[in-house]
Design a protein around this ligand. Structure first.
Ligand SMILES: [Zn+2]
Ligand SMILES: [Zn+2]
Length: 183
C-alpha cells in the first residue's frame, strides 16, 4: 500500500488507538483507515465512550486538497467538511467507506470526541446541517456588513421580541404602514 500523496512511500500499519489498526505514511503523516476496522473498534469502544471534553488544545492541520485514490478499492475519494465548529475536511471513499486523514486530523476529531462518530459525518443529514450552518454564517456576514454591527444586533433583538409577541401580526402591520393613523 503506497501513500496516495507521496508515492512510492509505503504505508505502515500502526495502532491508531487501542484495538484500532490503521496505516500511516512516514512522509506526510497521513492516515488511512479501513471501514471494517473502524466499525469493529467502534463496537468495543462504545462502552467506554465519554461525553466529557477536556479543554481542547488547538492543533494546526495542513489540509491537502489534492484528490486521493482509495487504497482499498481504487475509487476517487470525496471531500467532506466536518463542520460543527471543527474546521477540517476529510477524504472519504463513498464506495467502501474508507477514510483518509491528513496529518493531525484524527487528533482534532479525537479532541472533539468525534473520532467514534466519524461515519455520521458522511451522511446526507450531517452534510445538510453543515451546508445550513455555512449559509447562515454567510447571510450573517452580509447583514452585518449591510446594517453595521450595532444595528444588526438591535434588529435581531427587535425581531426576536416581535416573533414572540402574541400581537405580532398587528405590530408588523403598524411598523410597515407609512402612516398607521391615516383615515
Ligand atoms: Zn504520504
Ligand atoms: Zn474505497
Amino acid at each position: 500500500m503506497q501513500c496516495p500523496l507521496c508515492p512510492p512511500t509505503p504505508l505502515q500499519r500502526i495502532p491508531l488507538e487501542a484495538n484500532l489498526p490503521a496505516h500511516t505514511c512516514s512522509g506526510c503523516g497521513g492516515i488511512f483507515l479501513v471501514s471494517s476496522d473502524y466499525f469493529q473498534w467502534r463496537e468495543q469502544h462504545k462502552a467506554q465512550r465519554s461525553t466529557h471534553l477536556e479543554s481542547v488544545p488547538s492543533i494546526v492541520v495542513t489540509d491537502v486538497p489534492k484528490a486521493k485514490q482509495c487504497l482499498f478499492c481504487r475509487h476517487i475519494m470525496l471531500r467532506y467538511q466536518v463542520g460543527h465548529d471543527v474546521n477540517i475536511i476529510l477524504d472519504h471513499c463513498d464506495n467502501c467507506n474508507s477514510v483518509w486523514f491528513d496529518h493531525h486530523k484524527w487528533d482534532v476529531l479525537r479532541n472533539h470526541n468525534l473520532h467514534s462518530d466519524i461515519h455520521r459525518i458522511f451522511t446526507e443529514a450531517w452534510q445538510r446541517r453543515v451546508r445550513d450552518a455555512d449559509h447562515r454564517a454567510m447571510m450573517e456576514a452580509i447583514y452585518r456588513e449591510k446594517f453595521g454591527s450595532d444595528d444588526y444586533t438591535e434588529v435581531q433583538r427587535v425581531k426576536a421580541w416581535l416573533d414572540a409577541h402574541p400581537q405580532r401580526e398587528a405590530l408588523r402591520a403598524y411598523l410597515n404602514a407609512e402612516n398607521p393613523y391615516r383615515r
